[in-house]
Design a protein around this ligand. Structure first.
Ligand code: GDP
Length: 308
């Protein structure tokens, strides 16, 4: 299956959770009668308590035979290269901006990093149903922000959707016909490159996120850079050229909607979570035994840890 990996960048409250819910529903990822037990990117208790996104999470929708992995970016101040590592997993970003509030400092902070990494933005001006919405002004503000951050011509030529995530509709301009949110998927397929990977090379994966699961133990998420991961495959964890751990991938979890489902194997380009390692951490490279040097990691201090 073809893959696209994108990150969503949004200020807290600009409607990311609502939008992802709608995308999951409208892509048919949920069966018609299936209830969404919890809102897509808001499942962590601590987050709910604080009302902010603490941990980046992944979700996936399938659209026109392509799996779109959607990675959340942290809505809080960045530390230890977290944003860069998350962005290193994706090939494009969706910048979601409230049509009344306009771009906020935290959005700018993450967008700056995305532009610097050469990622092409797709802009969603959200909540255009608000009575105080000023979609055109906000659209201009987004353009000015990108320009001020040194966006190149390609990045400045960004596609835009005007949307009401809550209303479940989007339009290519304020005068255009309002349709469901699925044009966003088409924009992703059109504007975001498929991951460039070598499926025949030995397995390597740069770990990006770390959680502890009471049943699985240490769970590491990342994008497979090359090769194929298989259940029970022996791997080593490399930090530079130092072997941190010799272990085994006891479980591979792929993202399907809001769920993580066990899979037997996963290929380069895909974002997966793995269990089985006990010492490997964020910014380490998990690799086939034949690999001797880790991937270029963005240094980490401190690691991103969540207890689930
Ligand atoms: P997040 O913090 O970015 O995940 O934002 P949420 O999805 O939790 O939305 C924040 C608030 O904005 C909630 O009260 C939503 O109901 C509201 N909201 C989300 N989308 C829209 C929209 O399209 N229009 C309006 N008017 N409100 C929205």
């Amino acid at each position: 299956m073809d893959i696209r990996n994108i990150a969503i960048i949004a200020h807290v409250d600009h409607g990311k959770t609502t939008l992802v819910d709608v995308l999951l529903r409208q892509s048919g990822t949920f069966r018609v009668n299936q209830q969404v037990a919890e809102r897509a990117m808001d499942s962590n208790d601590l987050e709910r308590e604080r009302g902010i996104t603490i941990l980046a999470k992944c979700t996936a929708v399938v659209w026109k035979d392509t799996r779109i992995n959607i990675v959340d970016t942290p809505g809080h101040a960045d530390f230890g290269g977290e944003v860069e590592r998350i962005l290193s997993m994706v090939d494009g970003v969706v910048v979601l901006v409230d049509a009344a509030e306009g771009p906020m400092p935290q959005t700018k902070f993450v967008v700056a990093k995305a532009l610097k990494q050469g990622l092409r933005p797709i802009v969603v001006i959200n909540k255009v149903d608000r009575s105080d919405a000023e979609p055109q002004r906000v659209h201009n503000d987004v353009f000015d922000m990108f320009a001020a951050l040194g966006a190149d011509d390609d990045q400045l030529d960004f596609p835009t959707l005007f949307a009401s995530g809550r209303g479940g509709w989007a339009a290519t301009s304020m005068d255009a016909e309002r349709v469901d949110m699925t044009p966003l998927f088409d924009l992703v397929l059109e504007h975001v490159k498929a991951p460039v990977v070598d499926v025949d090379a030995p397995f390597t994966m740069l770990t990006t996120l770390l959680e502890y699961d009471s049943y699985l133990g240490r769970v590491l998420t990342g994008r497979i850079t090359s090769g194929t991961a298989r259940v029970n495959m022996p791997v080593k964890a490399l930090r530079g050229n130092v072997v941190v751990e010799d272990g085994r991938l006891s479980k591979l979890l792929a993202f399907r909607g809001l769920e993580r489902v066990p899979v037997q194997e996963a290929q380069a380009g895909d974002i997966i979570a793995v269990a089985g390692m006990t010492d490997a951490t964020v910014a380490d490279t998990l690799a086939d035994q034949s690999v001797t040097v880790g991937l270029d990691a963005i240094p980490v201090d401190p690691p991103t840890i969540a207890v689930t």
